[in-house]
Structure formats: structure tokens, C-alpha cells
Design a protein around this ligand. Structure first.
Ligand code: FAS
Ligand code: PHB
Length: 403
């Protein structure tokens, strides 16, 4: 297969131009490289900035298998924590859901998105493959015709790259989806009347597994990155500002929202990172426009309550990488033609689950007492019904892939 003729300023070309060096873009690039498909990755921020983002922490088996297929799973297996269960806390009590037993032996793994990105960047550098960081003013051209191009500014110089396909892996605020004529898009969106205030600290996790807490003061989540590094979240108002939250304020509020045993076990310490993220559900249809394919947050966003965002990006990339490899290796476009519909069937199931978990565990300002009693009844039903718990468990560990 062709290699990238990249270094020259004009006349440069590659097979797949990938916009965005987040997990979607880097994982796609690595999978294509291992199949001999040439790529160039264009990232608007610095490598350090991309690595400085603290985001997802839970990965499904599908994502783990993909990292192994990409040849970057070694550290994940060494350092990632396999979790067989989660806990739901409400009405002052904590209830464990045995995901492993409920799903016939499946599990999730705690391994931070930052580490996945680091592993993928290292693999790409080791292979000497082209990634342009701090690529300014990236523009997409001619993707509704056979010869698309991307252009950008690098050190003030205008650069251009011809390609066969463009993969828009540039997240929710990227240029790829924004380059599609609005009339060609159907947008589905739901905004939530609250955000998540997240804190990362080198303190031991509250428990061996995650605790999702529904509390009258608001949702709380106790997660982790390792046996010595914890990651916690508090539901907060959209008007909240992270500057108003001292570390002590955060720890005191977290303690209030936990069951007594968890509150007792909480070890506090200085934050390494603190930030507020809004919650939204968002899907754009279709995910393909001619020779432009959207993957990951560029096409869909889920509230993080279901731990699906990064995992959906991975399953999009699994479908897209196989389709592009099939195009080059077998001269077949069947996978490319099926890409959007195949991804969206999975995306909408994850949107449903993430919306359900968010509705179940958060306090909505316009919910009345009756609504709160319904929430509590649903949680009580969940932790006492094997059927209801199985339904949650099979979605949490990740539904099987189509094909
Ligand atoms: P990303 O947004 O990760 O990557 C897109 C990349 O494209 C970025 O590096 C960006 O700089 C670059 N880019 C943007 N515009 C560009 C342009 N014009 N030109 C070139 N490059 C451009 N998911 C979970 O499962 N669990 C969580 O707990 C969780 N927490 C989150 C917290 C926050 C604050 C956010 C924003 C998201 C969170 N997510 C979580 C979801 C998140 O993990 C995403 O699903 C994941 O980053 C998706 O990866 P990508 O699709 O690669 O998009
Ligand atoms: C995290 O560890 O960042 C995390 C875990 C589970 C979630 C959301 C975030 O549902």
C-alpha cells in the first residue's frame, strides 16, 4: 500500500487524513498503520495540552481488545485495574452490583484516557509516523468529491495535503462536523441542568470499586486511576465556577453525599486537577459525508454517568478502521457504506443507557417529591431484581458489537 509522501510543502498526499489526536484519531491511525494504510494526523493543540486533559477512566472489553489489536495494550494489562462490580448508594445505604456474575463473566477495566493517549502517541512516534501538533486553522476541502484535501497553517505557512479520505476525530468543538452543510445534518440534543465538578488527587480510593451515589444534595461518584490515585465527581450547578471550590469544600461536600461507611473511609488530600464539565446528550446523523467520516465526540456526546464516551469513540474507530482497510485491501466499499448506520445503532443504545443512568442518579431542579420517590423506587427495584440489575450490568460492561 502507498506510504505518505508528506514532507514537501506542496503536492503532499496520504491515504487517510485524520483530524484530531485524541483517543479516536490516534487509535484509528494506529490500526490503519498496522494494516499498511498511510495516515497523517493533524492536531490543533500541543501534545502536552492533549496529554494534560483528564477525562475518561472506565474502558469496556471491546476497547481493551482494540488496544491489544493496535499493539498498545501492554501497559493497560499491567497497570489497569479489572473491576467485577460497581456500587449504587442511595437512602444512606450502598448496594453492590456484581457485573461479573450478572453478565456471565464480563468486567470493565480502570485505565485513564490520558494513559491510553500516551500509549498511542508513543507507538506513533516509535513508528516515525507524521503527526502535526499545533496545526492552526485546519480546513477540510472537497470531501463530497473523489479527491478531498485538508489545509492548515504551520508556523505561519499554509500547508495542504491531498488524501483519499478524511476522518473527523476532532471532538465536539472540532472543524469536521462544522464543515458539513447544516442542511445535510440531523442533530439530536438534550442539555442537562447541571454539570460535574471533577477532582483528581493522589489519595487512596474510597473503595475497591466505583460508588455511584444518589443523594438529596446531588449526585456523587467515587472513582479512581490506581490504588493510590482517586478521581471523584460532584453534581454541581451550571452557574458554579471551579474557583469557588476549595479542596476542603470539595471533600466536605463529597463526604456529605456518601453513605456512612464510605464517608468514614474517605481520605482527603490536595487536588492535582479540578474542573467543571457540562453534561449533554448529542448525536448527529449521518456520520458520513462523501469521503468525510466522523468518529467519537465529533459525532456524539453522552453524559459521563454511563462511562460510555471513550468506549463509543473506540467502537466507531473499530468499524471505520475495518471499513477503510477493506477498501484498500479488497477494493470493497461495503464497510464504508454501512459505517454510519452501524455506528448509530450502537451510539443510540449508549445514549439511552447514559441518559437512563443520569436520570436515575442525579437531582433535577424541576423534579417534585413524587419524582424523587420514583427515583428511589427504581433504585430499590434495581438492587433487588436480578432482571433489572442484569439489564444495567450488560449495558455498563458494554453491549456486544454487531458483526
Ligand atoms: P477528544 O475531544 O478527546 O479529541 C479530539 C481532539 O481533536 C482534541 O485533541 C482536540 O484538540 C482536537 N481538535 C479539536 N478541534 C480541532 C481542529 N479544528 N483541528 C485539529 N484538531 C482539533 N468519557 C467517559 O467515558 N468517561 C468520562 O468520565 C468522561 N469524562 C469526560 C470529561 C470531560 C471534561 C469531557 C470533555 C469528556 C469526558 N468524557 C468521558 C468523554 C471523553 O472521554 C470523550 O468521549 C473522548 O475524549 C472522545 O475522544 P475523541 O472522540 O478522540 O475526542
Ligand atoms: C472516571 O473515572 O473518570 C469515571 C468513571 C465512571 C464514570 C465516569 C467517569 O461513569
Amino acid at each position: 500500500m502507498q506510504a505518505s509522501s508528506f514532507p514537501s510543502r506542496t503536492g503532499a498526499r496520504t491515504q487517510v487524513a485524520i483530524v484530531g489526536a485524541g483517543p479516536a484519531g490516534l487509535l484509528l491511525a494506529q490500526l490503519l498503520h498496522r494494516a499498511g494504510v498511510a495516515t497523517v494526523v493533524l492536531e490543533q493543540r500541543s501534545q502536552e495540552h492533549v496529554l494534560g486533559r483528564i477525562r475518561a477512566g472506565i474502558i469496556e472489553q471491546v476497547t481493551q481488545d482494540l488496544l491489544d489489536e493496535a499493539g498498545v495494550g501492554q501497559r493497560m494489562h499491567r497497570e489497569g485495574l479489572v473491576h467485577h462490580g460497581i456500587a449504587l448508594a442511595f437512602a444512606g445505604r450502598r448496594h453492590r452490583l456484581d457485573l461479573h456474575a450478572l453478565t456471565g463473566g464480563r468486567a470493565v477495566r480502570v485505565y485513564g484516557q490520558t494513559e491510553i493517549t500516551r500509549d498511542l502517541m508513543a507507538a506513533r512516534e516509535a513508528a516515525g509516523l507524521p503527526t502535526v501538533y499545533e496545526a492552526a486553522e485546519v480546513q477540510l476541502h472537497g470531501f463530497d468529491a473523489p479527491h478531498p484535501r485538508v489545509s492548515w497553517r504551520e508556523g505561519g505557512q499554509l500547508r495542504e495535503l491531498a488524501c483519499d479520505f478524511i476522518a473527523g476525530c476532532d471532538g465536539f468543538h472540532g472543524i469536521s462536523r462544522a464543515s458539513v452543510p447544516p442542511r445535510a445534518l440531523a442533530v439530536f440534543e438534550r442539555l442537562y441542568p447541571f454539570g460535574w465538578l471533577g477532582l483528581l488527587a493522589d489519595t487512596p480510593p474510597v473503595s475497591d470499586e466505583l460508588i455511584y451515589s444518589n443523594h438529596a444534595r446531588g449526585f456523587a461518584l467515587c472513582s479512581m486511576r490506581s490504588p493510590t490515585r482517586s478521581r471523584h465527581y460532584l453534581q454541581c450547578s451550571l452557574a458554579d465556577r471551579v474557583e469557588r471550590w476549595s479542596d476542603d469544600d470539595f471533600w466536605d461536600e463529597l463526604r456529605r453525599r456518601l453513605d456512612p461507611a464510605a464517608a468514614e473511609a474517605l481520605v482527603t488530600g490536595p487536588s492535582l486537577e479540578k474542573g467543571i464539565a457540562p453534561l449533554r446528550s448529542f448525536v448527529v446523523e449521518p456520520m458520513r459525508f462523501g469521503r468525510l467520516f466522523l468518529a467519537g465526540d465529533a459525532a456524539h456526546i453522552v453524559p459521563p454517568t454511563g462511562a460510555k464516551g471513550l468506549n463509543l469513540a473506540a467502537s466507531d474507530v473499530r468499524y471505520l478502521s475495518r471499513a477503510l482497510i477493506e477498501h484498500y485491501a479488497e477494493r470493497s466499499d461495503a464497510g464504508l457504506d454501512a459505517y454510519s448506520a452501524r455506528c448509530l445503532r450502537r451510539v443510540w443504545k449508549a445514549e439511552r443507557f447514559s441518559w437512563h443512568m443520569t436520570s436515575l442518579l442525579h437531582r433535577f431542579p424541576d423534579t417534585d417529591d413524587f419524582g424523587h420517590k420514583l427515583q428511589e423506587a427504581e433504585l430499590d427495584y434495581l438492587v433487588h431484581s436480578r432482571a433489572a440489575a442484569t439489564a444495567l450490568a450488560e449495558n455498563y460492561v458494554g453491549l456486544p458489537l454487531e458483526d
